[in-house]
Design a protein around this ligand. Structure first.
Ligand code: KG4
Ligand code: ZN
Length: 364
């Protein structure tokens, strides 16, 4: 363990945000986010109703150097103040991942700094640690546009998967159903707004896996049923009611499956303090957060969710994951590869491949 504060530049380009951030980590102290710059490409992809990989990769190439420069300037540091470069190396859209990783490698080589090739999911896993005291171990619900997983996080890079989606991620369900309701991509935040004032009990929706063993998730049945219903609705109140029903159904499944994982986790950590962390873009949803918070309180778990800006993709979480690895001497060579798939718990993924179908879900 080094006693010196570490200053790390993080780079994130795995989907449709070009992001760079500078984080300082002093052993024993809360990390300091010196800057956190996120350039969203949403407007570039909106006409297509989803992220177009080729457009994303080109947009990352066009802006990564300016965004990295802005992150350094806003942090009021120069490259000479950096101790390492941390870049997302997967999982994600590989063209974009290659842009950020190659840029990070070039900086590391030119500045003679260590490179840390960060798993994007490990970034989400540490995101709550950016702003709160969240000691290891904890139970993590990682719920985003491409992932829906329950993981036991024992320490830096030490994750055990308890469950994953067998088809779509929860964020994908929000996006597809929202799209059918005429909301712009990504539809999660707009669907949350539409759900306000809606009657969640009006439309009964399928309850996949309810009462079933294990901690896996399934959202494809809900997605198809709700998207069909949405196509036939025109009235504003009807749309609100369906949005409320969808949000409630997604929150309910997240709660039901997390409750099962909590039982396993509590049994494995008897006598220790128990903690549930929710991270990823869908963790920005207030109804989802509130439902999980209530579950945690009910089950005697502490509860943490990152502030909204650190729920969705950002580079501060990548910089922190890199800094935590650097503290343990875990760095990577310049031959680190960009990986479209990179499960956090490789053993579980090999033993029990989640599924083959699903455009985004395959990443998990
Ligand atoms: O973590 P993230 O930025 O990217 C991935 O790694 O996937 O998550 C993006 C996802 C999108 O599906 C988006 O619709 C969803 O998170 N999302 C939300 C909300 N904010 C973002 N879903 C529901 N309610 C929200 N407020
Ligand atoms: Zn993400």
């Amino acid at each position: 363990m080094t006693a010196k504060p570490l200053t790390v530049l993080g780079l994130e380009t795995s989907c449709d945000e070009t992001a760079a951030a500078v984080v300082r980590l002093e052993p024993g102290a809360r990390p300091e986010v010196l800057s956190n710059v996120v350039l969203s490409q949403i407007a570039d992809h909106a006409p297509f109703g989803g992220v177009v990989p080729e457009i994303a990769a080109r947009a990352h190439v066009e802006s990564i150097d300016a965004i990295a420069g802005q992150a350094l300037a806003e942090a009021r540091v120069t490259v000479r103040d950096l101790d390492a470069i941390a870049a997302t190396a997967g999982p994600g859209l590989v063209g974009g991942v290659m842009v950020g990783l190659s840029f990070g490698k070039a900086m590391a080589l030119a500045l003679d700094l260590p490179l840390i090739a960060v798993n994007h999911l490990e970034g989400h896993a540490v995101s709550a640690r950016l702003t709160a005291e969240v000691p290891y171990p904890f139970l993590l619900l990682l719920v985003s546009g491409g992932h829906c997983q329950l993981l036991e996080v024992a320490g830096v890079g030490a994750c055990r998967r308890l469950g994953t989606t067998i088809d779509d991620a929860a964020g994908e369900a929000f996006d597809k159903i929202g799209g059918a309701l005429g909301l712009p991509y990504p539809a999660g935040p707009a669907l949350e707004r539409l759900a306000q004032g809606g009657d969640a009990a009006r439309f009964p929706l399928p309850r996949a896996l309810a009462g079933r063993d294990g901690c896996d998730f399934s959202f494809s049945g809900l997605k198809t049923a709700a998207a069909r219903l949405a196509a036939g609705l025109t009235g504003e109140q009807d749309r609100r009611d369906l949005a409320a029903a969808v949000q409630a159904a997604i929150a309910r499944q997240l709660v039901e499956r997390t409750a099962r994982a909590m039982k396993t986790y509590a049994r494995d950590h008897a006598g220790q303090s128990l903690r549930l962390v929710v991270a990823g873009g869908v963790a920005a949803n207030r109804a989802v957060r509130a439902a999980l918070q209530a579950l945690a309180t009910d089950q005697g778990f502490g509860f943490d969710a990152p502030p909204l800006a650190y729920c969705t993709d950002n580079a501060a979480m990548i910089a922190l994951a890199g800094a935590e690895r650097l503290t343990l001497g875990l760095t990577d060579g310049l031959d680190a590869v960009a990986r479209p798939r990179w499960p956090l718990d490789e053993a579980a993924a090999r033993l029990r491949p989640s599924h083959v179908a699903g455009r985004k879900g395959a990443k998990s």
